[in-house]
Design a protein around this ligand. Structure first.
Ligand code: HEM
Length: 226
């Protein structure tokens, strides 16, 4: 992935990936979109440790309905598709961590902004098909950078963690190993060409929706938070 200078280090290379690795294709096809998202001012404030409690809670709060829909969609699909079942681990469901973080911050879950509602509709519409794996890829993959962001947010908000930071850093020291396993598990399954295309398309759509959501969060930012 050609990452921006803001990246703390280059993404781990998926060394044992097969030649037709879907995991590698996903990374390549979303590299530009990743750079665009990580350079968004809203993410920049989090990464640089310049965020307010409001900025952080706004990000968590908008991600909550998306994660809830992904958790539910992936679990439902795992129940009927052995390939997804083989990928799904008990540490994957994520919405409860975000709920706990918001509680720890003393922030109620905010109403969904318009871009969040559109994003949630997309996830719900994909929930019955393997395409939702494209969304899951982006969200689960974001915990790689989330580890670094958690440290910056911890400093900015005087939050020692792990309480309040589990949404950003769900796996702690196991991050690298669990992400490697997610990609290896994805590549161990057989996907039809149509399924691969649908997964890749959903991943690029997900980045677009996240970018729009970041824009809505930015527009809704109170003047007093700047
Ligand atoms: C909306 C925001 C973001 C999303 C959706 C996102 C998504 C992702 C995804 C899907 C991956 C996995 C790439 C792969 O291995 O296939 C990833 C990796 C990574 N991201 Fe982000 N990211 C976001 C923001 C950031 C930011 C702000 C940073 C800067 C700290 C960052 C740093 C990283 C790093 C360092 C990796 C690679 C980690 C590794 O492989 O060891 N990300 N991100």
């Amino acid at each position: 992935m050609s990452h921006a200078p803001a990246m703390p280090h280059a993404p781990a290379v998926h060394t044992s990936a097969p030649a037709d690795s879907l995991a590698l294709t996903l990374r390549e096809r979303t590299a530009e979109a990743h750079t665009r998202a990580e350079r968004h001012p809203q993410q920049g404030r989090l990464v640089k440790g310049l965020c307010t409690r409001h900025d952080y809670a706004a990000w968590l709060g908008q991600m909550l309905p998306i994660w809830a829909a992904v958790d539910e969609g992936v679990s439902a699909l795992a129940a009927k598709d052995a390939r997804v079942r083989a990928m799904h681990r008990d540490y994957h469901p994520h919405a409860d961590r975000i709920r706990a973080d918001l509680r720890h911050l003393g922030q109620p879950a905010p109403a969904a902004l318009p871009a969040t509602a559109r994003f949630e509709s997309l996830v719900l519409s994909l929930a019955a098909s393997p395409a939702i794996i494209g969304v899951w890829y982006v969200l689960e993959g974001s915990s790689n950078g989330g580890r670094y962001i958690a440290r910056a947010v911890s400093r900015a908000l005087n939050l020692p963690g792990p309480e309040g930071l589990r949404g950003l850093d769900p796996h702690g020291e196991a991050q690298h190993e669990r992400w490697g396993r997610w990609k290896a598990d994805l590549d161990a399954q057989r996907w039809t060409p149509a399924e691969r295309d649908a997964i890749i398309h959903a991943a690029t759509q997900t980045f677009d929706h996240i970018y729009d959501m970041l824009g809505d969060i930015e527009s809704a930012r109170p003047v007093s938070a700047s």
